[in-house]
Design a protein around this ligand. Structure first.
Ligand code: DAH
Length: 445
């Protein structure tokens, strides 16, 4: 978390030294998409890290990160609607991660010299640009473009330690909601968002933030207490609702005061999980300077940010953050975005997979819809048992001339305790083919 008072930046273990040097490291420019950046002594981004751009795990169908993203967005769509039933929040999930130092830090009032700016903590393209360290980096441009309620989701990049919960690229979701006077106070026309002396001279009251100290956490001097309290109440209710939507109504939670340079007051929400309190999000009342710099002078705003990996690890019981980058179908096929009740992750075998297809013609006159794949799965499992990791129906078609129908199933063999030999797999596969052809009167192709 990019905080100002509690430092959570852990010593960085030699991430770069473990990578094989690539010829590109010697080049004097870095190319990202259509842009060419001149390298300088701040450049520390590696070809390996650049290769994660556009990986879009948060948009990959049935990927646990995408499932979490969809559930959060669905919650916001349902919670905030206008009087015609249209969702108030708009969602941006393909915004480029290349941002300026201004966007990532200055715009968010993160002071010069703040530890989170260090070269040892971020992936700099050069002294002016970096790969965003948080999705909060887009606040000013989004609000300037006219948005009052938005969600942004994408991958972020941080040089960090390597262990089961840290990876140099991970995913965040940030949201902002701006609330005007009428929305906040309804019919109480005498209430105001801003203190009177602030209204007459907006420049007079500026909060000061320093590297070492947290600013006053009760409220920003420009805001009235009633505006802050109502906004805090809405923010906290919505985020507790989100947590219950994800983890169930019985989830234990607590609010912890904290500091971020871009919000005041600021909080973290923690949930009780497996005997420990775990921080799941950071949030707060947006610093009014950020709204003024975005061209908004009549609203109060709240914002929050959360990490998708952490939520997915809790929800699906995923033990290692590297699994989110796995292309192993043994991992990816465990999750389904249509399931309402989340699957718990089952450890995948570390032994290699072996995939064999089985195609057959159905008896004449039998249509594809009359054949139940579940019958096939039962027979295959009965013979292959735990040697079988997955079975999928990969193809079905009807021959235009003979009118006969054909099905093709792909069986992925993989044992939990040993490497299977091709001979073992072939023997089991042959047995399945034999029993299937006898039981369903089909002809193996
Ligand atoms: N950007 C913060 C981080 O990466 C998280 C965060 C905290 C985002 C508070 C926000 C916020 O929008 O209001 O640690």
């Amino acid at each position: 978390m990019l905080k100002c008072c509690r430092q959570v930046f852990l010593p960085h273990l030699r991430l770069l030294s473990t990578q094989t040097p690539s010829p590109n490291l010697q080049a004097s420019t870095i190319e990202i998409g259509n842009h060419v950046f001149q390298k300088d002594d701040w450049s520390n981004v590696t070809p390996k890290i650049l290769s994660y751009i556009k990986s879009e795990k948060h948009l990959q169908k049935h990927h646990p990160l995408s499932i979490i993203r969809k559930r959060i967005v669905e919650y916001f769509y349902n919670t905030y609607k206008n009087n015609r039933g249209t969702p108030l929040f708009s969602v941006y999930d393909q915004v480029s991660p290349v941002v300026s130092v201004h966007q990532n830090f200055d715009n968010l009032l993160i002071p010069a010299g703040h530890p989170s700016r260090a070269k040892s903590d971020c992936y700099y393209i050069n002294k002016h640009y970096l790969l965003r360290a948080h999705t909060t980096a887009h606040q000013i441009e989004m609000i300037k473009s006219g948005l009052d309620n938005y969600i942004i989701v994408g991958e972020v990049y941080r040089r960090d330690e390597i262990d089961s919960t840290h990876y140099p690229v991970f995913h965040q979701l940030d949201a902002v909601r701006l609330i005007g006077k009428e929305k906040l106070f309804g019919n109480f026309l005498d209430l105001e968002i801003f203190e009177n002396d602030f209204k007459s001279n907006p420049q007079k009251i500026q909060t000061i933030i320093s590297n070492s100290k947290c600013i006053d956490q009760s409220k920003q001097p420009c805001h009235t207490l009633e505006a802050v309290k109502l906004t805090e109440h809405e923010l906290k209710s919505v985020l507790v609702g989100l947590t219950q939507h994800l983890f169930g109504d019985n989830i234990e939670y607590r609010w912890v005061d904290t500091c971020f340079p871009f919000t005041q007051p600021s909080w973290e929400l923690e949930i009780y999980h497996k005997g420990d309190w775990m921080e799941v999000l950071g949030c707060g009342i947006m610093r009014n300077e950020i709204l003024l710099n975005s061209g908004v002078s009549n609203s109060i705003g709240f914002a929050f940010g959360l990490g998708l990996e952490r939520l997915a690890m809790i929800l699906f019981d995923i033990p290692d953050i590297r699994l989110f980058w796995s292309n192993d179908s043994g991992f990816l096929t465990q999750f389904n975005e249509e399931d309402n009740r989340p699957n718990k992750y089952k450890a995948i075998s570390t032994f290699p997979q072996c995939s064999n297809d089985l195609s057959f013609w159905l008896p004449e006159g039998v249509e594809i819809d009359n054949f139940s794949p579940n019958d096939f799965y039962d027979i295959a499992r009965g013979i292959g048992g735990d040697m079988i990791e997955q079975i999928t129906l990969v193809d079905k078609f009807k021959h235009p001339k003979t009118g006969k129908s054909s099905l093709c199933f792909r069986i992925v063999y993989r044992h939990m305790e040993k490497t299977l030999t091709q001979a073992e797999v072939n023997e089991t596969h042959g047995k399945i083919a034999k029993v299937v052809s006898e039981s369903f009167n089909v002809v193996i192709r």
